[in-house]
Each structure stands twice: as C-alpha cells, then as structure tokens.
Ligand binder design. Structure first.
Ligand code: COA
Length: 235
C-alpha cells in the first residue's frame, strides 16, 4: 500500500499534464502534479529571466508547502528529475523517497539546441520531442507535441540552460532517500548510462530500464511506469 503523496515534476517545456496517463494508471494513490514557473497553469508567472535548477526546486518547495504536503515521494522527469534530486539535497526532511525518470547527475544540452531555443523555441521543442521519443513512437511524438500547453516567452531556453548548468556529481553520496531510477532503453537525451552512473553512486538506489521507450517514458510507457512505481513503493 502506498501511504505517501506522490509529487510529480515535469521536464523542460512541459507541464503537469505530462503525468495524466501515468496518474490514471495509479488509482488509489494520492498524486499532486506541479507546474514549474512559466509552464502550464503558471504560464503568466514565469519569474525572472534566468532560473537555475535550485530556483525551480525552491518554487516546487513553496508549492508543496502551499498544498500542505510533507514527507512526499518526488517523481521527476528530466529537468523535473534534476529538481527532485536538488530538493532531496536542499530539503531532505520533505522527501521520503524519489523516483527519477530520464534523469542524470549532469544534464548537458547539445549546444545547437540550446542556442536555437533562444530564437526558435518551437523548432527546438520539435527537435527535442523528435529525439526524445523512441523511433517506433514517432507518430505518438507528433500528437504529444500538438497537445502541449503554451509556455511563457523564453521558458524553453531557460529550462535548457538550467539543465545545462546542473551538476550534482559531487553531492550524490548525500542523497540517502530510497530512489528508483527509471530510464527508457531507447532514451537518446538522457541515455541509460546516466541512470547507471546514478545507481552506482547514490547510496540507496535501484535502476529499472523500460524496454522500447525513449526519453518520454510518462507518455510512451505510462502503464509500465505506473506499475514500476506502485511495486517499488509497496515493497
Ligand atoms: N551521467 C553519466 N555520464 C555522463 C553524464 C551523466 N549525467 N553526462 C555526461 N556523461 C558522460 C558523457 O556521455 C561522456 O562520456 P564518454 O566520454 O564516454 O562519451 C562524458 O561524460 C563527457 O560528457 P560531457 O562533458 O557532457 O561532454 P560531451 O561533449 O561528451 O557531451 C553533449 C556533451 C551535450 C553532446 C552530451 O551531453 C549529449 O549528447 N547530451 C544529450 C543530448 C541533450 O541535449 N539532452 C538534453 C538533456 S535535458
């Protein structure tokens, strides 16, 4: 039985709606899916021009407090995974467990994508989603892109710059919360070696590779993701 609330944090250019299908496959589990500043319901309140992963983590922490939650299981995807790891370091008493989906100790971004995001964010979003979905899920990638929520101006570049500057390699030994690392076998944006790197250095982590999925596991394989979370939390 799952006793804690799951707090889900989306990735770059995304919103809380990323988690819809996963949450639908977790009946009976209490879930709060957050929007980061500039995304989803917070499109009108993007905050300053530059935000780090630490800034996003502080915003998530405020929202968790506003919801009256504590001792939660953080579930983060990509940039959201970085935010979850950062929160586990900055506010350890808030975080009982972690589920890291398509994450890494560092998240360097292809320089061409980072540059393009400043001038042509829609093209960058299309490239990221194209690279992010497994080749066999190309049709799903187009549909997903078409339904994403609008972002505040500059948001995708800000997200990718935050990822690019993120590096907690030296701090991994301090993240002692039980951690489930999930990665798609076909992930080209945060490849399985990033999860292996984390599994070898986090004191209490286990990695699970989802066959056939790319970077967008919550969209490409929501049932497998939900089952993995449920089984792991029930242990
Ligand atoms: N965990 C484990 N290994 C990592 C890592 C992580 N989080 N981040 C980088 N590495 C590895 C690289 O794979 C590389 O290994 P190699 O020497 O065996 O090839 C090594 O550490 C050095 O990496 P890095 O310093 O990032 O330099 P790079 O020039 O090899 O790569 C990029 C830079 C941007 C090309 C590369 O990080 C990349 O392809 N990123 C994925 C694409 C992307 O934009 N993703 C978006 C993430 S939100």
């Amino acid at each position: 039985m799952v006793t804690e609330t799951l707090v889900c944090i989306h990735g770059s250019g995304d919103s809380a709606s990323l988690w819809g299908a996963t949450v639908a496959s977790l009946p009976g589990v209490t879930v709060a899916a957050l929007d980061l500043p500039g995304h989803g319901a917070l499109v009108a309140t993007p905050g300053p021009e530059q935000l780090s992963v630490g800034d996003y983590a502080a915003a998530a922490r405020d929202e968790i407090a506003r919801l009256g939650l504590g001792d939660v299981c953080l579930v983060g995807h990509s940039l959201g995974a970085a935010v979850a790891l950062r929160l586990a370091l900055d506010a350890p008493s808030l975080v009982r467990r972690l589920v890291i989906v398509g994450g890494g100790a560092r998240l360097r971004v292809l320089p061409a994508l980072l540059a393009e995001a400043q001038t042509a964010p829609d093209a960058t979003a299309a490239q990221l989603v194209g690279l992010g979905f497994a080749a066999s899920h190309d049709a799903q990638a187009g549909a997903y892109l078409a339904t994403r929520q609008p972002l505040a101006p500059g948001t995708l570049h800000r997200d990718l710059a935050a990822c690019d500057a993120f590096d907690i390699t030296a701090d991994l030994g301090r993240i002692t919360q039980p951690t489930l690392l999930i990665v798609g076998a076909e992930d080209r944006l945060t490849p399985p070696k990033y999860a292996t790197f984390l599994a070898e250095r986090l004191p209490n982590a286990r990695a699970l590779v989802i066959p056939g999925a790319g970077h967008y596991v919550p969209i490409e394989a929501p049932d497998a993701l939900a089952n993995a979370i449920r089984e792991w939390l029930a242990e």
